[in-house]
Write a protein that binds this ligand. Structure first.
Ligand SMILES: Cc1ncc(COP(=O)(O)O)c(C=O)c1O
Length: 390
């Protein structure tokens, strides 16, 4: 067989660890905390990193490596590290690269816990952050300081599904020598590969579309060897590694990522179109709706619009509460990217640690509803939402 790169779906299925002596077809789980050495010299050389091999599962494990190899191929990255959660990936990646006195420039429209990390925890280590408006990328250059090190963004954003032009961000980062990091979990590597647009590192919460069935927490960071080596050295010491069992679950899930995400996206677009024409809806946002302010950018950098639709029910908080209490089929939960459709109220859940002013600055109104559109039949998803609005 030739070594040519295969299509996304093929790599997702055929990237596999070496078979064991049992010649299994599907990869086994290596539930082991450590690995054995042939002799004293093997042990010394392994710890001296003269050999590439598994030593201890906090550093590497065949199941994590298989998961990482798949994501690297999907994202066009050289190497990666797998974490126990998306936030472990966000924290460890930033902590590995930042020193006391450094400055971060971040989109203000980011996941609530990431925002809290920047505003409440990094200042403890004299790391400061300036935020830019996701809809005003021209303002970024005014925020750059001599100690700026990282440009950080999500696209589409959580929960407002704003879309940021990754090519514009990549060019700014390159011009000013910033490390450009993208949290790509709303798109998944199937819909968008930020490295193509200049990202140095790409982070995912594997808990979302990668797992796709709401079973495991996971995170991953991938990128070029030089930066990833720093992330790896920090992480093998501090211990946020993904468990082999969860890595095995995720690697199996990635085999069906493309086919699942295609259906998530077609269901989400149909729901967004239905809501756009509904008399009880004040506004609806979905990247692949023509009415989305960055529709053209979304078309340029994404294959489809993703699984999340944001909207507001007319009548504000009270109407929103009534809507949530009337939902029958969909789940009231805080996750997303699950096969089960999920309705969330960001102001009281995922973004509750932000002040009201911080929420309003990024468009998270008290009445905003976020729906992660799942894989149930679209007619049943729409029927439940329609009856809850009624
Ligand atoms: C955009 C984004 N990044 C990171 C995370 C954190 O992931 P985890 O919950 O796996 O720690 C989330 C979780 O919702 C998210 O939506």
């Amino acid at each position: 067989m030739s070594n040519n790169r295969k299509q996304f779906e093929t790599e997702a299925i055929r990237t596999q660890m070496e078979r064991s002596q049992y010649l299994e077809h599907s990869s086994p789980i290596y539930l082991t905390s450590s690995f054995v050495f042939e002799d004293a010299e093997d042990m010394r050389a392994s710890f001296a990193e003269e050999k590439e091999r598994n030593i201890y599962s906090r550093y590497s494990n065949p199941n994590s490596s298989e998961f990482i190899d798949k994501v690297c191929k999907m994202e066009g990255a050289e190497s990666g590290f797998a974490f126990a959660s998306g936030m472990a990936a966000v924290y460890s990646t930033l902590a590995a690269l930042l020193n006391s006195g450094d400055h971060v420039i971040s989109s203000s429209s980011i996941f609530g816990s990431t925002h809290t990390l920047f505003t409440q925890f990094f200042p403890k280590w004299n790391i400061t952050t300036s935020f830019f408006d996701a809809n005003d990328l021209a303002s970024i250059e005014n925020l750059i300081q001599p100690n700026s090190k990282i440009l950080y963004a999500e696209s589409p954003t959580n929960p407002g599904v704003d879309v940021l032009d990754l090519e514009v961000l990549g060019n700014i980062a390159k011009k000013h020598g910033l490390i450009f990091i993208v949290d790509n979990c709303f798109a998944s590597p199937y819909l968008q590969q930020p490295i193509k647009f200049g990202a140095d590192l790409v982070i995912h919460s594997g808990t979302k579309l990668m797992d796709g069935q709401g079973r495991v927490l996971a995170g991953i960071t991938v990128g070029g060897n030089k930066l990833m080596d720093k992330v790896y050295r920090f992480s093998r010491i501090t211990g946020p590694a993904l468990s082999p069992f969860n890595a095995w679950v995720l690697s199996r899930s990635l085999e069906t990522l493309a086919i699942r995400v295609d259906r998530h996206c077609s269901n989400a677009l149909q729901l967004a179109t239905f809501l756009e024409n509904h008399p009880k809806i004040a506004w609806v946002k979905y990247p692949f709706l023509k009415s989305h302010p960055q529709y053209e950018v979304a078309k340029k950098q994404m294959k489809a619009g993703g699984c999340v639709v944001a909207f507001e029910v007319k009548g504000g908080l009270d109407a929103g509460r009534k809507f949530f209490d009337s939902i029958e089929l969909l789940s009231l939960s805080a996750n997303l990217g699950d096969s089960r459709s999920i309705v969330t109220h960001p102001a009281s859940t995922t973004h509750s640690k932000l002040s009201k002013a911080e929420r309003e600055a990024v468009g998270i109104t008290d009445g905003m509803v976020r729906i992660s559109v799942g894989l149930e039949h679209i007619d049943d998803i729409i029927a439940d939402i329609d009856q809850a609005l009624g």
